[in-house]
Design a protein around this ligand. Structure first.
Ligand code: GAR
Length: 204
């Protein structure tokens, strides 16, 4: 068997993007990487059940129960080291990582954001809030972005983007669903595969 990049997925919620990664791994869209574990910042996140159902090790590092950001990140680091992580995927991970953490893992962390960066991104723009902001602004097209993670929230190099049309009568919930289905669940697995391939080829 050829070498695969060891992927650790960080989550905080429902985990539909994690599911898209698992499905892509099972269907052969992701061939150059393998999810070795899932870490949730929230106990009880449904993403943990998705990992369990797929037979993937899952851990909780509860942000709330950590003394500080450093403590939170140390606990995550310990799992990453133990698992030999080579690529970290933020899939609905609702915590901003410190500059120390992102520098240590330069070009080894990717994130999916539910808008076309540089619109509706940065600190405070996460989950439904992104779609509320897009509708309030009145844009006619939104979408999703997968990017490398650096010290600037949503500021790293863009890997892939996909546009999604806004419809009359959209609510933030309806728009979130469409952006996930038409964009996030496609470009996140595709980007994961692309980055894994580049890591194996020493291109990134
Ligand atoms: C997704 O829409 C993801 O792009 C977004 O949260 C949702 C998580 O859903 N992430 C962010 O806003 C991060 N800035 P999921 O748990 O079902 O994948």
């Amino acid at each position: 068997m050829s070498k695969k990049v060891k992927i650790v997925v960080l989550v905080s919620g429902g985990g539909t993007n994690l599911q898209a990664l698992i499905d892509a791994q099972n269907s052969g869209i992701i061939t150059n990487g393998k999810i070795v574990c899932v870490i949730s910042s929230k106990p009880g996140a449904y993403a943990l059940t998705r990992a369990e159902n797929a037979g993937i090790d899952a851990y909780v590092v509860s942000k709330k129960e950590c003394k500080s950001q450093a403590d939170f990140e140390e606990k995550i680091e310990a799992i990453l080291e133990n698992k030999g992580a080579e690529l970290i995927i933020l899939a609905g991970f609702m915590s901003i990582l410190s500059a120390d953490f992102t520098k240590k893992h330069e070009n080894r962390i990717i994130n999916v954001h539910p808008a076309l960066i540089p619109s509706f991104c940065g600190a405070g723009y996460y989950g439904l809030k992104v779609h509320e902001a897009a509708l309030a602004y009145g844009v006619k097209v939104t979408g999703a972005t997968v990017h490398f993670v650096n010290e600037i929230p949503d500021g790293g190099k863009i890997i892939m983007q996909k546009a999604v049309k806004i419809h009359d009568g959209d609510t933030p919930e309806k728009l979130q669903k469409r952006v996930m289905k038409q964009a996030e669940w496609k470009i996140l697995p595709a980007s994961a595969e692309l980055v894994c391939k580049k890591i194996l080829n020493g291109e990134v």
